[in-house]
Design a protein around this ligand. Structure first.
Ligand code: ZN
Ligand code: ZN
Length: 269
């Protein structure tokens, strides 16, 4: 097989795999939360109203276009390895299982930082129309909105994996797990249902992670909550929505009590 035919065959392989995975997660989350468990989870629905079917269809087909762009960018590391320039997979394999799991956590943490800053820049009025308007047409998103991106946004997001694996030795299996985690969090974040358990004071059980309410607020009121997996960038940069915890508690049907640290101690006199 000549090189062009090999590339075409691998692109088709990536595309089939990526489209199937997106469809499995988006349709799966929609089917489980919106249909099968809809009555059980009624008390965890963030908003009263649901988006119209037309919006879901648009999000789905736009996401398919994004997945095709991701698959195309996926050829970059394939070609670099094939021509003998990229050795990250072999190096990472020789570093053993500790690096396997460390590199997975590292990739997620670095991607979170990449997403926060790229996302925040895309909200600049000079970039928003070209890069990020499509995603925000979903004021009330559905799981299908996970990859509902303009072409420019899709390309910028697709650049992450090829760039990262060129800089940090990473096994392909780690990249596979990273992508699974990413699509899982992304579809849940747009699902409209708050599934994070709440603590007794109404705050998220694991407040370091973003919740569906966190990203839902970003769609409802852009300008806040740019983070993807973790809340630390929004807190560090002062961009967390001031009502985030109130909205989270409301989504969990709990009163928001003062945080333990905020409960006043007897003052020394
Ligand atoms: Zn945004
Ligand atoms: Zn979104």
């Amino acid at each position: 097989m000549d090189f062009a035919a090999e590339l075409a065959s691998n692109w088709l392989r990536f595309l089939t795999h990526d489209l199937t995975r997106y469809a499995e997660f988006a349709i799966g989350v929609w089917l489980v939360l919106w249909i099968v468990l809809a009555s059980v989870l009624r008390g965890r629905k963030i908003r009263e109203e649901s988006p119209p079917t037309k919006q879901l269809m648009t999000e789905f087909f736009t996401s398919l276009r994004t997945v095709a762009i991701f698959s195309t960018f996926g050829l970059i590391p394939y070609v670099l390895e094939r021509v003998g320039i990229l050795h990250g997979n072999d190096i990472a394999t020789s570093w053993g299982p500790v690096w396997f799991w460390t590199s997975l956590v590292l990739m997620v943490v670095v991607h979170d930082a990449y997403f926060y800053w790229v996302h925040r820049f895309m909200h600049d009025p000079r970039l928003f129309r070209r890069f990020h308007r499509r995603h925000h047409k979903s004021h009330n998103p559905s799981p299908f909105a996970a990859y509902s991106f303009d072409i420019g946004e899709a390309a910028v997001m697709a650049l992450f994996v090829p760039t990262y694996v060129m800089l940090v030795p990473t096994q392909w299996e780690v990249v596979g797990l990273f992508v699974l985690h990413q699509i899982y969090r992304n579809t849940l974040g747009h699902s409209g249902y708050e599934l994070m358990p709440a603590r007794g004071d109404g705050r998220p059980m694991f407040d370091v992670f973003t919740t569906t309410t966190h990203h839902d607020l970003h769609h409802a009121q852009a300008g806040w909550n740019y983070g993807l997996y973790f809340t630390w960038w929004d807190r560090l940069m002062g961009t967390e929505h001031p009502e985030y915890h109130t909205r989270f508690a409301a989504a969990c049907r709990k009163p928001l009590l003062p945080a333990p640290a905020a409960i006043s101690r007897p003052s020394a006199v």
